[in-house]
Ligand binder design. Structure first.
Ligand code: 5GP
Ligand code: MG
Length: 178
């Protein structure tokens, strides 16, 4: 499909799944190289990163653990950097090497809060792996260790990303028609 309609907006195709998959393979290659003997814990942030996580994890070639967490969006966070845990981590992550899997980093505020929340649980290292980043919008100091694709500041859906809950199911990425 070249065009989709999600709720009250029109979107046009901008990144095809074949291109997405090439970038997933590049990221997998780097992570396989960097963490093969390090027993990292992958922590995937629901909902947005479910599709990226599934594609990436199928290409990780060492035995590893993956968990899914869900935190309330940053509108609901208070000033201390605490976020509301909707689905939490199982077990202790102290001393672990953690790789956060995220769909998109925009301003970076959500990810910054996520990192602070995980830091309080005393992991040994925290690495960030995001499929998309919008570098023009980054407002906080964050080291994005693995970014599959940098994109311009346009609103997108598909590949796990939603508009008001809809549109996550598409394998390709669509950009809103302004
Ligand atoms: P940040 O805190 O980095 O500004 O926001 C990150 C969150 O905003 C993402 O996890 C995602 O939920 C949402 N977001 C940012 N840009 C987009 C976009 O282009 N499309 C969609 N669907 N969500 C976005
Ligand atoms: Mg998200």
């Amino acid at each position: 499909m070249e065009k989709i309609h999600v709720k009250d907006k029109d979107f046009t195709i901008s990144i095809r799944n074949e291109e997405i998959m090439k970038h997933v393979e590049e990221i997998a290659k780097r992570i396989n190289h960097d963490f093969a003997d390090k027993d990292p814990l992958f922590i995937s942030l629901l909902n947005g990163s479910f599709m990226f996580t599934a594609d990436l994890m199928k290409l990780i070639n060492f035995s590893c653990e993956v968990q899914f967490v869900k935190y309330a969006s940053y509108e609901g966070m208070n000033t201390t950097g605490e976020v509301k845990e909707m689905i939490g981590l199982k077990g202790d992550i102290s001393g672990r090497i953690v790789i956060i899997l995220e769909d998109i980093v925009d301003t970076g505020i959500t990810m910054k809060h996520m990192v602070e929340t995980l830091k309080a649980k005393n992991p040994k290292e925290i690495h960030i792996c995001t499929f998309f980043a919008k570098p023009e919008n980054l407002q906080v100091d964050l080291d994005l260790d693995y970014v599959a694709m940098n994109i311009p500041n346009d609103f997108i859906v598909g590949y796990g990303l939603d508009y008001d809950g809809y549109g996550r199911n598409y394998a390709d990425i669509y950009t809103v028609v302004k």
